[in-house]
Ligand binder design. Structure first.
Ligand code: BG6
Length: 489
């Protein structure tokens, strides 16, 4: 029997960016500063740093980024040329509520995103909007303790309600928190939780991981996550009330965890890591309740979350319509303390001896994507969407000003083929938005040279360059992929 070669009709092909990594214009039109605006550039080996004050001598890549704020028309036109059906973008909360606790929104911010969404509409591109992508108002971090404070829920919901109302004619797909499960690990403390370091500790570096985390710190982190669960659930409810056609998803950083060996200890360790890093958040958002294993996990780690009466009801009444996730990599889990673990995409893990890694050490595992799609769909049985995937790599511009990024085409092709296998297994997959469809600032290192795009942006790590846009080889390749609904891959 001839296998079906294409994706389902109406499959949402597109690309993804986030405001703080693309827009720049960090103080334009009344925007307040976000937590991302306080994080300097770093490299693979020297971590990005958080600074309380903005220091003139430092390079904060979010301040200019790729200037999408002023160039969105040109950029969206290029996405349309590739045939995008969907464009994932985030709204910078600080453009709408600059400090976060205001009563009325900043009209200039509202007007800006209206223009962006109208431009999408002009090309028949459906916006998929992340409400919070590592860019909470800095004022809320400083004065309220970020997501540790229960009041933050109300501020967030005011922001959500405002944008749901303002854009009800333009936006129907929403995501609550980007990679909400990064708060399950310490990496998410600052960027996702808005919890400022007490001693200016570094962000992704060894210092945070070098010292053991206290039970109090863990409790703060999981309380922040609990508040995000409540906020997300209520946002789902409000979105449905405002427009029953709104589809709201949660978003996870999903990585398959394979046992490093077939020893039962490693198998159990891999299962425990899958539970903590994927199922904990997925279960709360999709099933509307903490999973069965949460209690013991919290107890054994000294975690006490500040839960109030009525919280269970809130979670139950705000289940998401679909589940989305980022996928770059997988990792191996070991129970053997002698095996050395290294940092990959946000989590520690053991590199897989059967697989190769990217230039940044992220393990490349296309089959891991099929594995996860099947695991996620089997567990939740709601539509899924891959809203980030891609290869961060150094691109070289040749003398005749071409960018031959065949390595990127190879990476994406293999992942698309595995997605196709999963779809044929019966997984309900709504769409695919590869990350950084136009080059942008790296979240983990703050570099420009870690590029993901189909479109090259002329800018280097020092912030120099013309910001000119240029099509890479992958541009035509992706256009053909979309035109043939995946058959050309
Ligand atoms: C995800 C984030 O973790 O991975 C994005 O949602 C991020 O914001 C992406 O950019 C890729 O990571 P990096 O560090 O290569 O930019």
């Amino acid at each position: 029997e001839e296998k079906q070669k294409t994706f389902p009709p109406g499959f949402l092909w597109g690309g993804a960016v986030a405001a703080n990594q693309a827009e720049g214009a960090w103080q334009a039109d009344g925007k307040g500063d976000s937590v991302a605006d306080h994080i300097t550039a770093g490299t693979k080996t020297s971590p990005r740093r958080f600074t309380e004050q903005i220091r003139p001598e430092e390079n904060y890549p979010s301040h200019e980024a790729i200037d999408f704020y002023h160039r969105y028309e040109e950029d969206i036109a290029l996405f349309a040329e590739m045939g995008f059906k969907v464009f994932r973008i985030s709204i910078a909360w600080t453009r709408i509520f600059p400090k976060g606790d205001e009563i009325s929104p900043n009209r200039a911010g509202i007007a800006y995103y209206r223009k962006v969404f109208e431009t999408c509409k002009k090309y028949g591109i459906e916006p998929l909007v992340t409400l919070s992508h590592y860019e909470m108002p800095y004022y809320l971090c400083e004065h309220y303790g970020g997501w540790t404070n229960r009041q933050t829920i109300a501020f967030f919901l005011r922001y959500c309600e405002t944008v749901f109302r303002e854009y009800q004619d333009l936006v129907h797909y929403w995501l609550t928190f980007n990679e909400m499960n990064t708060l399950v690990s310490r990496f998410g403390t600052l960027l996702a939780g808005g919890i400022l370091p007490e001693d200016g500790e570094d962000l992704f570096g060894t210092k945070r991981l070098g010292s053991p985390e206290t039970a109090a710190e863990k409790s703060r982190r999981f309380t922040a996550l609990h508040h995000q669960f409540l906020a997300g659930a209520q946002a789902v409810k409000i979105a449905h009330e405002i427009n029953p056609e709104n589809k709201v998803g949660c978003m996870l950083s999903a990585a398959g965890v394979h046992p490093y060996t077939c020893s039962p200890e490693d198998v159990l360790e891999a299962q425990a890591q899958m539970e903590r890093s994927n199922w904990l958040c997925g279960d709360v958002c999709v099933r509307g309740a903490y999973p069965y294993f949460a209690e013991r996990f919290f107890r054994e780690n000294g975690v006490q979350i500040r839960k109030e009466t009525g919280d269970d009801e809130i979670l139950k009444n705000g289940k998401v319509d679909f589940l989305s996730f980022s996928y770059y990599s997988s990792r191996c889990a070991t129970a053997d303390p002698k095996v050395i673990q290294t940092a990959g995409n946000m989590m520690l893990g053991v590199p897989n001896p059967y697989l190769e890694a990217s230039e940044w050490g992220w393990i490349i595992d296309p089959k891991g994507l099929r594995y996860l799609l099947n695991e996620l769909y089997g567990r939740y049985q709601i539509p899924l969407m891959v809203v980030e995937n891609g290869l961060g790599a150094v691109d070289r511009v040749t003398e005749d000003r071409q960018i031959h990024d065949d390595y990127r085409i190879a990476y994406l092709s293999e992942h698309i083929r595995q997605m196709w296998e999963a779809v044929n297994d019966g997984v309900e997959l709504l769409g695919y938005t590869p990350w950084g469809c136009i080059d942008l600032i790296s979240a983990s290192t703050g570099e420009m040279k870690k590029r993901y795009g189909f479109i090259y942006v002329d800018k280097d790590d020092e912030g120099k360059g013309t910001l000119e846009r240029k099509k890479k080889d992958s541009f035509a390749w992706y256009r053909e992929c979309i035109r043939t609904n995946g058959a050309s891959v």
